[in-house]
Design a protein around this ligand. Structure first.
Ligand code: MG
Length: 385
């Protein structure tokens, strides 16, 4: 027997009975909920497997312990599910959104996205959130009956985290909230903040591991200093690695606890009776308290200044930028190099989009191999070179 999908859910959660449905109507799943089906389709997608070889922060270090977009997405899903369950939100939907949120990301982290956006300037630009939606709506080739994964409206709403107004106008119902400044469902709001919690904290861990940031620098960050001092005082003999991991664990725990408690208070105050009530609000209900929000922002700013803009990361980013731009011009000027392509020769906009889709789908190492094949030279991406 299929479990009652709405069992244990709050009135404001996404439910199958209030779902806006799929673009191509399908018979209901026999043994799963609609949102479990969304999640399962994402896990079986090609784009999801490629996340394994796409970097999150482009450190370009050979180490095997750094986060990739795949492990990042799993950590986001883990954080999001904990909060969803505490707030009686729809956990499979939250998980689906978290697992899919980075499917449209280019190779080489944000450097790749910026380079592709610059190359696409005359052809409608490139936005990675919109690209994630393109992947699940159009680019995945998995099913006989429809293009893409044919996910529910609620999953697609969550995947499209940000969107420019120009693009929102092209997206019909899905784009409307950006124009009217309304909110997505709580599961989408939650996946967005779970992303932040996951990357801020794992970037502290990865940044320390790579030696690009130091404990001394991090001591200026309250969110780090408080648990670090507490752990060091309580366990004076603790080895350095365990001290760092215990500190990061406590940071995540602090953020998650605050998010649950503050969001619960927001929900109680607004008292939405349905997901439509949530969508009609002008501000999100899933949020940190003012105090923890400020601390979290300080951590984000610290990481930007000291990690994402570290000279070594920037040198790697500049080379990644060259690779992506060179790939773009090569495929744009010679579309026969693209796999299974049939594009009218005079439709430059369609050609550019096809090239952007192809490059965005590449893993870091696939892009480097393609570059070598096209140029006959290999690029040394080691940040120290
Ligand atoms: Mg992310």
């Amino acid at each position: 027997m299929k479990r009652e999908p709405a069992a244990g859910l709050a009135a404001y959660a996404a439910t199958e009975s209030t779902s806006r449905g799929r673009r191509y109507p399908e018979p209901p799943p026999q043994y799963r909920s609609e949102y479990q089906r969304d999640r399962d389709r994402i896990i079986h997608s090609t784009a999801f497997r490629r996340l394994m070889y796409k970097t999150q922060v482009f450190v370009y270090d050979e180490g095997d312990l750094y986060r990739t977009r795949l492990t990042h997405s799993l950590e986001v899903a883990q954080v999001a599910r904990s909060v969803a369950s505490a707030l009686q939100l729809n956990e499979p939907l939250t998980e689906a959104i978290a697992l899919a949120h980075d499917l449209g990301h280019t190779p080489f982290g944000h450097a790749g996205q910026d380079a592709l956006n610059a190359a696409m300037r005359d052809y409608g630009g490139f936005e990675h959130n919109l690209q994630s939606l393109r992947v699940v709506d159009l680019l995945e080739e998995k099913y006989a009956e429809f293009p893409g994964l044919n996910l529910t409206f609620e999953a697609r709403e969550g995947i499209l985290k940000h969107c420019s107004l120009a693009n929102a106008r092209e997206l019909g119902e899905l784009g409307r909230r950006f124009i009217e400044r309304r909110q997505p469902g709580l599961e989408a709001q939650l996946a967005n903040l779970a992303d932040e919690i996951a990357y801020n904290n794992h970037d502290v861990d990865d940044g320390l591991r790579a030696g690009l940031i130091s404990i001394e620098q991090l001591m200026e960050i309250e969110l780090f200093r408080q648990p670090y001092d507490a752990v060091a005082a309580r366990y004076p003999e603790i080895p350095a690695r365990r001290l760092i991991h215990e500190t990061v664990r406590r940071m995540i725990s602090r953020l998650i606890t605050d998010l649950i408690e503050h969001s619960r208070a927001n929900i109680e105050a607004a008292a939405p009776a349905s997901i439509e009530d949530v969508r009609a609000l002008s501000a999100p209900l899933i949020a940190f308290s003012a105090e923890v929000g400020t601390q979290n922002l300080a951590l984000a700013r610290f990481l930007r200044a000291h990690f994402y803009y570290h000279p070594q990361v920037r040198r790697a980013a500049e080379k990644a930028d060259q690779v992506v731009k060179r790939l773009f011009s090569a495929y744009f000027n010679e579309p026969s190099l693209l796999p299974n392509t049939a594009i009218a020769a005079d439709d430059t906009r369609a050609r550019a989009r096809r090239v952007a889709d192809y490059i965005a789908g590449m893993t870091d190492r696939f892009a480097l191999r393609a570059y070598r094949r096209l140029t006959g030279s290999s690029v040394n991406l080691s940040g120290t070179a």
